[in-house]
Design a protein around this ligand. Structure first.
Ligand SMILES: NC(=O)c1ccc[n+]([C@@H]2O[C@H](COP(=O)([O-])OP(=O)(O)OC[C@H]3O[C@@H](n4cnc5c(N)ncnc54)[C@H](O)[C@@H]3O)[C@@H](O)[C@H]2O)c1
Length: 367
């Protein structure tokens, strides 16, 4: 089974991502000439700096031609972004068009504009692509998970429009637009087509949210008509959760509004061994790709050398594929998967006793 999954991974480049304007073509010659490609790095909060350090070490050993431009979350609110992220940080991503982001903490129910929302909105990161597949050699209940969730990333329940109507009554607006729905649906179908995938499932609750999710589905149907070779289906979110837990092989590519994507992708992470393992990449207008782990800043283990860097490392592999640096991407992906499959060095979340540094060293030794 392990070798079967390995072959499938290699064929599909599951950590691969795609943009309409593939940066790789533009950077291809630079990489071939071994010139350095500049990429933005946000180490982020909590475990972010520790796992970012792992990525930097692995890239160094693998001799990846990337020069990091590091940006930290500030301590004061920048009025231009209304958050602790500075305008210069955002400009760095706009300029480099490619980057890697560690987790960023958001205080619950108060404080500043969420750092993640700021990034998504200011950089128009409209699709979040989260590959989720069984890792060869790491046994969970399921051996054959191989699916991609694609989450609309800019609107829906994350529009940030909340207010008090009267004392004791608050309102939150879920915004769904035709433009954003068509854009993410188009991305999902194009992804399916170019990655040899057969089926796209639109996940919704249009039986209750008839106008908002109804519009989302209408847009997905319109796009589906342009892709007659891809099977299109619609699944209500509650049923989708049950089906995923019962038999994840029922799904291939899933596309959905913002909040559903957040929840479903964490559920999918649970199917394959947890948040420490699942990468993602945010796709923006104009060819921007900002890769990031699905997990948060894990304050409970931050600074203790306990975090699993796999999710961020696999996200960095996505970034390399985006740049068409497939040889480096394959080498790093193989080293990660082989280290986990070998079982000698695993972090605590995978039932092992290795520290972040020991696990990282083992990956470097496999390179
Ligand atoms: N994209 C992001 O930057 C992002 C995503 C989710 C949450 N957050 C933020 O992160 C903070 C903490 O959120 P949370 O606790 O709900 O979720 P979390 O993902 O940080 O942690 C959930 C659980 O998973 C564990 N975990 C997560 N990543 C791990 C890793 N790499 N290795 C080992 N264990 C890992 C944690 O220890 C914790 O037990 C919050 O402020 C939240 O807003 C940020």
């Amino acid at each position: 089974m392990a070798s079967h999954i390995m072959r499938r991974l290699a064929r599909r480049s599951v950590t691969g991502i795609l943009t309409g304007d593939n940066l790789g073509r533009r950077f291809g010659s630079a990489a071939a000439n071994s010139d350095l490609i500049r990429a933005t790095l946000f180490p982020g909060d909590g475990i972010g700096p520790e796992i970012s350090e792992s990525v930097k070490q692995v890239f160094k050993v693998a001799e990846v031609p990337i020069e990091w431009e590091e940006h930290y979350v500030g301590t004061d609110i920048d009025p231009r972004t209304q958050s602790f992220l500075t305008w210069e940080s955002l400009e760095s991503v706009r300029r480099n068009k490619v980057g890697l982001k560690g987790p960023m903490a958001t205080p619950i129910g108060k404080g500043h504009r969420s750092l993640n929302l700021t990034l998504r909105k200011e950089l128009n990161l409209y699709a979040n692509v989260r590959p989720c597949y069984s890792l060869p050699g790491y046994k969970t209940k399921y051996d054959d998970v191989d699916l991609i969730t694609i989450r609309e990333n800019t609107e829906g329940e994350y529009s940030g429009l909340e207010h008090q109507v009267v004392r004791g009554v608050v309102e939150s607006l879920k915004i769904i637009t035709r433009q954003a729905s068509l854009r993410v649906a188009e991305y999902a179908f194009h992804y399916a087509k170019t990655h040899g995938r057969q089926r796209v499932s639109a996940i919704h609750k249009a039986n209750i949210m008839q106008k908002t999710d109804g519009l989302f589905l209408k847009c997905c149907r319109e796009v589906a008509e342009k892709y007659p070779d891809i099977v299109y289906e619609e699944v209500v979110i509650d049923n989708c959760c049950m089906m995923l837990v019962k038999n994840p092989a029922l799904f291939d590519v899933l596309v959905m509004p913002n909040l559903y994507g957040d929840i479903i992708s964490d559920l999918c992470a649970g199917l394959i061994g947890g948040l420490g393992l699942t990468p993602s990449c945010n796709i923006g207008e104009g060819g921007i790709a900002l890769a990031e782990a699905v997990h948060g800043s894990a304050p409970d283990i931050a600074g203790k050398n306990l975090a699993n860097p796999t999710a961020l490392l696999l996200s960095s592999v996505s970034m390399l594929r985006h740049l068409d640096l497939h040889e480096k991407a394959n080498a790093i992906q193989d080293a990660i998967l082989n280290t986990i499959a070998e079982g000698k060095y695993r972090t605590g979340d995978l039932g092992g006793r290795a520290t972040t540094a020991e696990f990282t060293k083992a990956i470097c030794d496999h390179l």
